[in-house]
Each structure stands twice: as C-alpha cells, then as structure tokens.
Design a protein around this ligand. Structure first.
Ligand code: FES
Ligand code: FES
Length: 149
C-alpha cells in the first residue's frame, strides 16, 4: 500500500513498493497523460514532477514518491488557465503525433521554474527528451516563447 499526493489529491494504491511510479499513475490512478516510451529512463515520455523537479517516472519506485508532491500533465494547468508552457506549445504548433509531448512539456516547465530564461546550451543540457517525430526545433522555439511570455 502506498499513499500518494498527485495533483493535490491523496490516493491510496495497493501496489508493491518497487512498482514504477509510471505504472501506478497510469494503471492504478488512471492518469494516462503520462506516457510509456522506453522504460529505462532514456526517452523522457514519462516525465512528471516530484516536489517540482522533473523525474522519469518509469524509473522511480513508487516508494520514493510517497510523502511528496507529484504533478502530472493533468495537473499542470491551474485555476482554469493553461501553464505558459502549454500555451506556448499551442501557439507554436509543437506536437506532431503528440506521444512524447506531455513528458516534454513537464520537463520544460521544470526547467523554466529554475531557469526562467534558459540559453540554448542550457536547453540542450536539460531537455534530453526524445521525439520520434523530430519536433526539436519547434520545442526550442516554444521554450523561448514561454520564457518571454
Ligand atoms: S519511458 Fe521513462 S524515460 Fe522513457
Ligand atoms: S511528437 Fe511524435 S514523438 Fe514527439
């Protein structure tokens, strides 16, 4: 059994402590916005926030997330308003198939919370999410747009 705080709500889930957080979010809690890509912390499709930091939830045991604030793509908007990264994604037509994009947006939101105006070098170092559709140029444009919003 684990007690998790996800998007401000408490959830009790009956899972083994070493179950990956991604599995719990999708299968037990029903938050399917967070995607499974590689399962080995390489692609970033599964990125969520734990206490505001971007983490790859496929490689975090649920036990490590207990007692912390977990935020998924479903909880990024607040007060009926999109997060500025979400808005920049729409304005810049970033997504193609969309599969990687929830993780991409969560990674970028965490980056901007610590570096409000990241340089291209900082973006390269931090946003290592993989997009099979090759949206990287649009991602970069949208990051700068969000930073200037
Ligand atoms: S599914 Fe977690 S990094 Fe790829
Ligand atoms: S938009 Fe298709 S994988 Fe990134």
């Amino acid at each position: 059994m684990a007690r998790l705080t996800i998007n401000g709500q408490s959830h009790d889930v009956n899972v083994a402590p070493d179950t990956p957080l991604l599995w719990v979010l999708r299968e037990n809690v029903g938050l399917t916005g967070t995607k499974y890509g590689c399962g080995i912390a390489q692609c970033g499709a599964c990125t969520v926030h734990i206490n505001g930091e971007a983490v790859r939830s496929c490689s975090i045991p649920v036990s490590e997330a207990e007692g912390k604030q977990i935020t998924t793509i479903e909880g990024l908007a607040s007060g009926g308003r999109l997060h500025k990264v979400q808005q920049a994604w729409i304005d810049n037509d970033v997504p193609q198939c969309g599969y990687c994009q929830a993780g991409m947006i969560m990674a970028v939101a965490a980056l901007l919370s610590t570096k409000p105006k990241p340089t291209d070098a900082e973006i390269n170092d931090t946003i290592t999410n993989i997009c099979r559709c090759g949206t990287f140029q649009q991602v970069r444009a949208a990051i700068h747009a969000a930073a200037n919003a």
